[in-house]
Design a protein around this ligand. Structure first.
Ligand SMILES: [Fe+2]
Length: 173
């Protein structure tokens, strides 16, 4: 279940409808997806994509996405801190960032237009779509375990364009 935090105001929201409403007002979409097959740790990318095809395919067709893959990052992944560091600085993308959390968790940080910073802890079953150009960063810590479906229109579009604002340093542990 996702959790939304507004650290500067000491606000934590756990109610899914309320979280969705806050995010939607900024153009970010959060949904819950359920697998149609029981999944296990050893499942292949194909099995995982099949288990969520009933949600994935209509979403991709409706929004013009052409490619989906599954990333699996865990504590023993080589260069894990380097991988973490890549997404820990504020950046944008030239296409939407769309993720579905199959397992594990990750913390998305969003820098809103009014300069408020919020974070959303995403866990198993959470589907998140972040509009292109939205300032954000992402933390793997403390669990360092994310298995997620990524959806692209163009893999090139998903390069991080760093803002170099330094704002992330005020919030990252
Ligand atoms: Fe990103």
């Amino acid at each position: 279940m996702a959790i939304l935090n507004i650290p500067d105001r000491g606000i934590t929201i756990r109610d899914l409808l309320e979280i969705k409403s806050v995010l939607n007002s900024h153009g970010i979409f959060l949904e819950k997806w359920k697998a149609t097959l029981p999944l296990k740790d050893s499942d292949t990318q194909e099995t995982i994509l099949e288990a969520y095809a009933h949600e994935l395919k209509p979403f991709m067709e409706k929004n013009g996405f052409t490619t989906a893959d599954v990333i699996n990052v865990h504590k023993d992944t080589p260069n894990i801190e380097m991988i973490r560091g890549k997404f820990l600085k504020e950046h944008t993308h030239s296409e939407d960032e769309v993720r579905f959390f199959v397992d594990g968790e990750g913390l998305f940080w969003f820098h809103l237009k009014d300069d408020t910073v919020i974070n959303v802890l995403c866990e198993k079953g959470d589907f998140l779509s972040v509009p292109k150009g939205f300032k954000h960063w992402f933390d793997l810590a403390p669990k360092y375990h994310v298995k997620a479906i990524r959806i692209f229109t163009n893999v090139e579009g998903w390069v991080a364009n760093y803002t170099d604002s330094g704002i992330d340093a005020r919030y990252n542990p």
